[in-house]
Design a protein around this ligand. Structure first.
Ligand code: PEP
Length: 242
C-alpha cells in the first residue's frame, strides 16, 4: 500500500489536478492499493472525481471522531466517511496523538468504529527520539499496539512512523526499519493472535531518493508519505517504483 497523507495542505484545484495526474500516470498493481488521504473538506469532491474519471486511486480519511454518543461539534463519524465511499482511515497519527490528546481508549474506539463500517484502519504508531535513544522503542510500540488485542485483524494495516522522522528530512535507515517491522509483525502474530500476517508500512521523510532503498526490504509492505506526496509527479513515481 502506498498512501498520500496531505495533512492540512492543498486546495480543491490542487486535489483535482493531483487526482487526474496520479490516476493517469500510475501503473496500477491490484495488490498494491494507492490511497489518497486529503483534508476531510475535500473528501466529497475527491470521491466524486474518483468515480467520474474511473480512477484506480482509493480514498482515505485522515481521521474519524469518537464522541461516546455525545454531541461533538465539528466531528465526522464512520457513517459519514462511508457516504463518501471512503475505504481507509488514518488512526493514531502522532500529530493527532500530540495536539488532540488522543489516548489509547479513544483510538481503540475509532478502530472498532471504522471496522464496523468496513473502513480499513491504517493504525499509526511510532516512538519519539528520546525513547529511541534510551533503547526503549519496542516497549513503547508494545504499549501502542496492545489496543489491537481482540480486534478483527485482516483489515488493519500498521503504519510505523518514528516521530523523529516525520517531516524532518531524516528518515530511519533500512536496518532500523527492518528491526522494528520484524518486531511489530512478530508481536501482532504471537501476542495479539492476529489471524493474518499484518501489513506494516513505513512513514517518515520518504522521498523519491530513498523510497527504493526502504521498499527493497521484505519487511516493508508499503509507504505512508506526507510532504513528498503533495507533488503528483513525485508521488506517481514513488508508486511506480513500489
Ligand atoms: C506523515 O505525515 O505521516 C509523514 C510521514 O510525513 P513526511 O513524509 O512529510 O515525513
Amino acid at each position: 500500500m502506498i498512501v498520500a497523507n496531505w495533512k492540512m495542505n492543498g486546495s480543491k484545484e490542487e486535489v483535482d489536478s493531483w487526482l487526474r495526474f496520479v490516476s493517469a500516470n500510475i501503473l496500477i498493481n491490484k495488490t498494491i492499493p494507492c490511497v489518497f488521504c486529503p483534508p476531510s473538506c475535500y473528501l466529497d469532491y475527491s470521491s466524486s472525481l474518483i468515480k467520474k474519471i474511473s480512477s484506480p486511486v482509493k480514498l482515505g480519511a485522515q481521521n474519524i471522531n469518537h464522541s461516546n454518543n455525545s454531541a461533538l461539534t465539528g466531528g465526522i463519524n464512520s457513517h459519514m466517511l462511508k457516504d463518501f465511499l471512503t475505504d481507509y482511515v488514518l488512526i493514531g497519527h502522532s500529530e493527532q496523538r500530540e495536539y488532540l490528546n488522543e489516548d489509547n481508549e479513544s483510538l481503540q474506539y475509532k478502530i472498532k468504529d471504522a471496522l464496523i463500517k468496513n473502513i480499513s484502519p491504517i493504525f499509526c504508531i511510532g516512538e519519539p527520539k528520546n525513547i529511541k535513544d534510551q533503547g526503549n522503542t519496542q516497549d513503547y510500540l508494545r504499549s501502542q499496539l496492545e489496543i489491537l488485542n481482540t480486534m478483527d485483524s485482516d483489515q488493519i494495516t500498521i503504519a510505523y512512523e518514528p516521530i523523529w522522522a516525520i517531516g524532518t528530512g531524516e528518515n530511519a535507515d533500512k536496518i532500523y526499519i527492518e528491526e522494528v517491522h520484524s518486531f511489530i509483525k512478530e508481536f501482532c502474530c504471537q501476542e495479539l493472535n492476529f489471524k493474518e500476517k499484518v501489513s506494516v508500512v513505513y512513514g517518515g521523510s520518504v522521498k523519491l531518493s530513498n523510497c527504493e532503498e526502504i521498499l527493497s526490504s521484505s519487511k516493508v509492505d508499503g509507504l505512508l508519505i506526507g510532504g513528498a506526496s503533495l507533488d503528483p509527479e513525485t508521488f506517481a513515481k514513488i508508486y511506480n517504483l513500489s
